[in-house]
Design a protein around this ligand. Structure first.
Ligand code: PLP
Length: 403
């Protein structure tokens, strides 16, 4: 299959985002003239004869060899994701964490150091400190968005600067230009986990960030029915990551790849509604007498509102809030009273989800540890799906009445 993205051959007019979602990275004529890219359920790929094997290994003709190294549908998916991020190349993975683990293991050696903002995904921080720590890699965790402290932590052993943006659940937004400039100044590779932002809301590569990582399990897949991860960046930076993926067997299954490709067709339409619901719910909650505080980067009251307004097209579907004068039990009553969002971890799907972080992601923290990371008992995190805005607002209105 050719690597050429679908383009309007007669013009050089750049295509809109949703056109890229539908057609980006795909061949115009596909196997058996199917309009969709088929699922290839195969572990291995065969050769016509010995000569074909020799030609493949010597000329490395663009074809598949063995399932652990790739799949034709995966190639299409990778081209589409690269097109959406405006990047040169993409590597996809079985999960977001597989992407994190593979990228880091491809990039660091014993004695190397990683500098990251401390609001990164907790499993990413755990992988750095506990797993890479066993192999002599040192990780410095810096308070989110403290660029001076981040700069002060860089030394000649620093290999990577890492952050998430926006962060979860506080929704801190990184000034990507400043972050990328730090990497360039010291010759250190920069990585942004932009799972919450998605390429619809912000494209970190445009600000000079080297690589972007996504848990495609969230908005990109969008239907709470698959796990996947992806990293997008320049091919020279991703080549060692792709090679290690093949060694460690961290690629995705043909079915999950197909589902992700399918989900991406409606990505822009879904993001428009996620953004609309997030902003509307955040504004509603901020005015509600039973709400102490709302974390949403699209609210002027958010610490990073200016950075968010400058860099983000929309602010996403995740809304975090604190219930006023409420202990853990009272807060749980709100969670239990909503009728539309289901209780569960994860985010970014068409179905709204709700959780009380102290019981969900932070259940193994002591109260002191939770306080130290800014997770009070009265915190609720909502992932707005694509239900109708008025229905979500009405639901939260009735739930907050109940306490
Ligand atoms: C969910 C998530 C991950 C991990 O992705 P999985 O697909 O669950 O492995 C990494 N980073 C962020 C920001 C996430 O939300």
């Amino acid at each position: 299959m050719s690597n050429k993205p679908t383009a309007q051959p007669e013009t050089n007019r750049p295509q809109g985002f949703s056109t890229l979602c539908v057609h980006g990275g795909e061949d115009r004529i596909k196997p058996c003239y199917s309009i969709t890219d088929p699922i290839f359920c195969t572990a291995t790929y065969t050769f016509e004869n010995t000569q074909a094997v020799i030609e493949y290994v010597t000329k490395k003709l663009p074809r598949e060899e063995y399932g652990r190294y790739g799949n034709p549908t995966e190639k299409v998916l990778e081209r589409k994701l690269a097109a959406l991020e405006g990047g040169e190349s993409c590597v996809t993975f079985a999960t977001g964490m597989a992407a994190v683990a593979c990228y880091l293991m491809a990039k660091v050696r014993p004695g190397d150091e990683i500098v990251m903002f401390d609001e990164c995904y907790h499993r990413t921080r755990e992988f750095c400190t506990k797993v890479l720590g066993q192999f002599g890699v040192v990780t410095h965790q810096i308070p989110a968005c403290d660029y001076e402290k981040m700069e002060a932590a860089i030394n000649k052993r620093t290999r990577l600067l890492i952050s998430e943006s926006p962060t979860n659940p506080h929704l801190s937004v990184v000034d990507l230009e400043r972050f990328a400039a730090l990497g360039k100044k010291y010759g250190v590779e920069t990585l942004i986990d932009a799972t919450l932002a998605t390429p619809y809301n912000v494209r970190p590569l445009e600000y000079g960030v080297d690589c972007v990582l996504h848990s495609c399990t969230k908005y990109l897949g969008g239907h709470n029915d698959l796990l996947a991860g992806a990293i997008i960046g320049r091919e020279e930076l991703l080549e060692p990551v792709r090679k290690l993926r093949g060694v460690m067997g961290m690629g995705n299954s043909p079915h999950a790849i197909y589902l992700l490709l399918r989900g991406l067709k409606t990505f822009e339409l879904r993001m428009e509604r996620h953004n609309q619901n997030g902003l509307a719910l955040a504004r509603f909650l901020e005015k509600h007498p039973r709400v102490e505080k709302v974390y949403y980067p699209g609210l002027e009251s958010h610490r990073d509102y200016e950075v968010a307004r400058r860099t983000m097209r929309g602010f996403g579907g995740l809304v975090t809030f604190l219930v006023k004068d409420a202990d853990a039990q009272t807060t749980a009553r709100v969670v239990d009273a909503v009728r539309i969002p289901r209780i569960g971890p994860s985010l970014g799907g068409v179905e709204s989800l709700i959780e009380q972080p102290m019981y969900m992601s932070y259940h193994d923290f002591t109260p002191e540890q939770r306080l130290a990371v800014g997770i009070p008992d009265n915190m609720i995190r909502v992932s707005c799906g694509i239900e109708n805005t008025e229905d979500l607002i009405a639901d939260f209105a009735q739930a907050l009445e109940k306490i």
